[in-house]
Design a binder for this molecule. Structure first.
Ligand code: ATP
Length: 363
């Protein structure tokens, strides 16, 4: 019988207070072995605090943290089989790349020759072998970040913690490093816990994402779940772009509800547990799930007028004015790519919300 692999991390009812201020309010989550896991949320939501609690740099006020089944919150940082990559790289400026990577191994008691051999292997993995004799100041930001990664990976931690490691890089390099990090995680099989406030980065890289806000876990799921089925208004708004519209529930059956907007228009959408007739709730409609047409094809198509088009390279965001002062953002592919039509400002259009794409949010 195969033995079940324990979770890399189990956080159980963890609370963090700084004096009177509660930075984390009873967080419980599990991170699987060999997972690329991301803590995502706006500045101040507590993601770094949670990461630092896993690393051992912060005490846990209440609750427990387990690493591969072993309770760790009383272990000092250097006794935990984890390593951290920081945003500012924190390389030793007077050491060359090889020394930066092998130093930590020597500190852990590895003989110098072995430490260097291991450092050599890991520099090859991050494609820095040819820079082994350079000082950090002689490297680009991306190369410095790869040295920091190599240094953190060299002792083969069970879990690698990455605290906004790409935020100092320009967009192009950042995108390239996102792919490299993902490959590195796959190649090493080490569990990565990655902190970012950048939702695109989180969606691209992660096996699963924990969305946090104000010290609380808002939703945990894979990229598709979080984008397509946001658990609440915060997640719908924070992840991607959306139209958030207040609606009143007019009627419902087991699977469908009829929702009315403030301007009297109605739209049928999938029922959500806990939302009942008479409730006023928010509906999320993603801009790319709306089509604009010159003719009405469905009974629930709304008539509107194009206000403006905002050009964004591969696609165009069109703002459409509906009756009663309601506006919708619609994302269509750039007409110059030949796939869809862009309507000029002032054009009368019919707005077709793809069936099943409007989502009701219980809170
Ligand atoms: P950022 O993306 O800006 O780093 P974050 O989500 O990582 O934000 P944390 O650094 O975890 O946020 O901080 C969470 C909250 O705890 C913030 O309101 C912060 O001001 C507060 N905080 C963090 N460290 C301390 C401290 N040592 N003493 C008091 N409050 C703190």
């Amino acid at each position: 019988m195969s033995q079940e692999v324990p979770n890399a991390i189990d956080v159980r009812n963890a609370v963090k207070r700084y004096g009177d201020f509660t930075a984390l309010k009873t967080i419980s989550l599990s991170i699987r072995d060999n997972e690329f896991f991301t803590l995502l949320g706006p500045s101040g939501c507590g993601k770094t605090t949670l990461l630092r609690m896993i690393a051992g740099f912060e005490d846990v006020t209440e609750g427990e943290i387990f690493l591969y089944g072993e309770e760790i919150e009383d272990l000092p940082p250097n006794k935990r089989p984890v390593n951290t990559v920081f945003q500012n790289y924190a390389l030793f400026p007077h050491m060359d790349v090889m020394e930066n990577v092998s130093f930590g191994l020597e500190m852990l008691g590895k003989p110098k020759a072995q430490a260097r051999a291991r450092a050599g292997e890991i520099l090859e993995l991050v494609q820095l072998s040819q820079f082994a004799n350079r000082k950090p100041s002689q490297l680009s930001g991306g190369q410095q970040q790869r040295v920091a990664l190599a240094r953190a990976l060299a002792p083969q931690p069970k879990v690698l913690l990455l605290d906004e490691p790409l935020s100092a890089l320009d967009l192009k390099l950042r995108k390239a490093m996102q792919l490299e990090l993902k490959h590195l995680q796959r190649e090493t099989g080490i569990t990565f816990i990655f902190v970012t406030h950048d939702q695109d980065e989180a969606l691209t890289m992660s096996d699963r994402i924990a969305v946090m806000s104000a010290g609380e876990l808002q939703q945990l799921g894979d990229a598709r779940d979080i984008y397509e089925k946001p658990a609440n208004r915060f997640v719908a708004d924070f992840i991607g772009e959306t139209n958030l519209i207040e609606v009143t529930i007019k009627s419902r059956d087991a699977t469908r509800v009829l929702c009315a907007f403030s301007n009297g228009l109605t739209l049928t959408c999938d029922a959500v547990e806990g939302i009942n007739v008479g409730d006023r709730v928010h509906m999320s409609i993603r801009p790319e799930r709306i089509k604009l047409r010159s003719t009405k094809v469905e009974t629930e198509n709304f008539q509107g007028q194009v206000v403006e088009n905002i050009y964004a390279g591969t696609d165009v965001q069109t703002i459409v004015h509906l009756q009663g002062g309601m506006q919708l953002a619609v994302r269509t592919q750039n007409s110059e790519t030949g796939r869809t039509m862009t309507f000029e400002p002032g054009a009368e259009v019919f707005v077709d919300v793809e069936f099943g794409s409007a989502r009701l949010l219980a809170n």
